[in-house]
Design a protein. Sequence first.
Lengths: 351, 577
Amino acid sequence: MSRKTQRIDRRAFLRLGAGALGAAALSPRTLLAAESDDEQKLYAEAKKEGKVVWWTSHYQLSAAEAVRDAFKAKYPGIDVEFIRQTAQVVFQRLSQNLKAGVKEVDVFASTDESHYLKLKSQNVLARYTPLGESNLPKVYRDVDPDKTYHTGAIALLIINYHPSVSAPPQKWTDLLDPKWQGQITLGHPGFSGFVGNWVVAMSDKYGWDYFTKLAKNKPKIGRSIFDTVTDIVSGERKVGAGAENASLESKAKGNPIDIKFPSDDSILCVSPVAILKDAPHPNAGRLFESFFYAKEYSEALAKTFNYPLRSDVPAPSGIPIEKVKYYRNKAERLDKGIPEAIEKWRETFGV
Amino acid sequence: MAEAVGSAKSAPSPSLRTRRLDLSAAVFGIAAAILVFMVVVPLAWIFVGSVHSDVDETLTLSNYVRAFTRSIYLTPIRNSLVLATAAAVVATFFGTVLSWAVSRTDMPGRNAIRMMVFAAFATPSFLGATAWIFLAAPNSGWLNKIWIAVTGAERGPLNIYSMEGAIFVIALYSFPYTFAFASSALELIPSDMERSAALLGARWPRITWRITLPLVRPAILAGALLSFLEAISEFGTPAFLLIPAGKQVITTQLYLFFQYPNRPNLAAAYAVPLLLVTAGLFLLQQRLLKRGRFTSVGGKGGVREPFRLGGWRWPLLGVCLIPTLCALVLPYAALLATSLTRAWGRGPVPGNLTIDWYKWALVENPAARAAIGHSLIYAAAAATIATVIALFTAYVAQRRLVPGARVLAFIAMAPFVVPGIILAIGFFSAYARPPLVLYGTAWMLIVAFATRFLPIAYSGSESALRSIDVELENAARTLGSTTLNTFARITFPLLRRSVVATWLTAFIPSLRELSSAVFLFTPSTAVITNIIFDLSDAGNFEPVSALGVLMMALTFALIALAYRLFGRTVLFSRARG
């Protein structure tokens, strides 16, 4: 819908003198109109602040760049400064800042949902309902009923493999087959939120025993979940527990890699995004977070092979998320599960 | 500081002698205050942290108990010791052989070898580690693939993801320390003793073993210790090569303590004994240096003559080329090839070649472009600060100008034994809170870099000062010159070349510093290494290579410029004879 029609709608609406009708009577279209007005106001405020500082571990660097570019195209005059690092790294940096009282980051985007429970209990997240959150499919709305954090990205953890493998693993337990000895690549839960998510899911599904057996296959352990892609395209390893976005992006670049949705469930990671209470650019932060629910954001994600948040943007894998057989960890489970997983991982894999 | 020197110089009458003395004391007092700010405060924060609980900040020793009773924390310590010792041994071997060959023999290509050592010194080992992943990863490494193609073997012989691999890579880039120390010493000792031995019938191997090497033993030991400390502080290479091998070292373990769940005080406790050990080694080195102390450059000249090796010249050159090949030729070829490919997994073949990554780094990516600028500015500022402070401190300590001068020297050398990560932790604790908030500003990185490389600048200044006989200064003082005046008129001119060399030896590691930058940067103050590290952990090897190549091109361009402007510096100079 273009701005113009929205404005006409709004004018017509005002002409009817319907202001007194109250919120209950508002139609979806007029809601959008009001939203656009809010958006313009927010944009004007945000422009005064000039920039937004965003720390993310949600997706590959290329995706973060695409999001930045799309935002800057839609809202000229506001710069986006971002860093992309693994989840535990950005979280550690934020914790340090909070402890030191340094106010630097506006929008914090980790792949480890439990980080937000921690931050919320420390009372450092701003309560805010981003514009357009209603554009989300219902399952991703209201991840926090108190509105301190919201869904920022979704990703699937899958099996990735080198096309020279004639019979790729069909399910997670296939990775335990001794034929994959010296052929597997993994990330590290101590660095990557995605890997942490995967480890908790696997140990809840199959018990820690899964990892003691997996360790016998001598996997190569990197840091980020995206390291698995590097190992596979280089031929260093044949199969991995990876993320679908980076694998597909690499495949599109012409690299030898493919993905398999495991029959015993892909792992769905719903990665939240939040605005800090002490954000130095609060309005730019709000505008940026609201942008996550604009079509442009989902398009930037799809372009870089991530699942879009909105259902009106087609999934790059060709399979809409609701058609995928997935398993999702609960945030409360991750809260205890990830630190535990890191400790146990250490004992099982040595690093 | 220049102002203070100037005013002291223009002081008109000898009756002001006491005031001049006060002025020197004030200048040196400022140097002391800066040292406290740069070194003592951050380190003190580490000790304070180590005895406080991570949970409730109460006073406790439980961090120490926890850090040193669990095997998962003890194994990394053993790994670090193995890594650092082995790397130092290998580095010292190559450093000594090369420095001797270049400084004391008639081996062909001496100047080229010298340049190459300097190039290896300028190359950060994490970049070398990245390149060696392309070359010697067990399945995908190009050298292994060539081996398989040639011999028909099932597997290649190399595995860079191993302790041996990490030792190899770290040694490749730390041998220049021994080289620099040993060769500057070798160039300073006159060859009269060697010639006497030759007249008495000794041949060059015996002369080298019995006379030359013992003379420079302190320098070799100092270099070996520096290699050891570099290796034990190394973060990038173990993170790239040893984590995949399933091995943690102290620095990667510290990094993990800073991950979720965040335990900075436990990390501090874990770091403290390491600090004590490295400090102990440093004291040991000081003792050794004292025993072997000599002054061989005075007002009198000395003649240095190279050994004539005859047929041995070529095998020696062969040995000297090993580090060249492994530290430079192969890695740079690999980085360049990767940076020019669209997708490096497919190799540098037609259709896969592109210059897009350079365009990306220089034009399309504002963050990368800004980072290149930051790197240059911060490194230059840090090197300048470090050189100025180091020179003054070394002078004060060397000539015992104020009481407690040795304490100043100790403080200046202290960061030497502090791994970059630990220093960063201290800096963060000290300067990310009022009253002095540096975090988030460029100063955080500049001061951290300056502190981190202060010891290198200090060692350079100290050994340069040591080589100047105090009799020249005494002559000036006898004639009524003040301390500052003597320094400005006599000492500094004699040191000029060394100062430029010192500045470069602080600038180059600042430009490539990763381990402290990784904790202290913010998006608006990111340097090249931050961008490289961010990219590398998601396996974006093509842009990593392009940025690495750009960073090194910049470094080498600056070195070439310095070379043109200042002529032959200590590290570059040919053996004078």
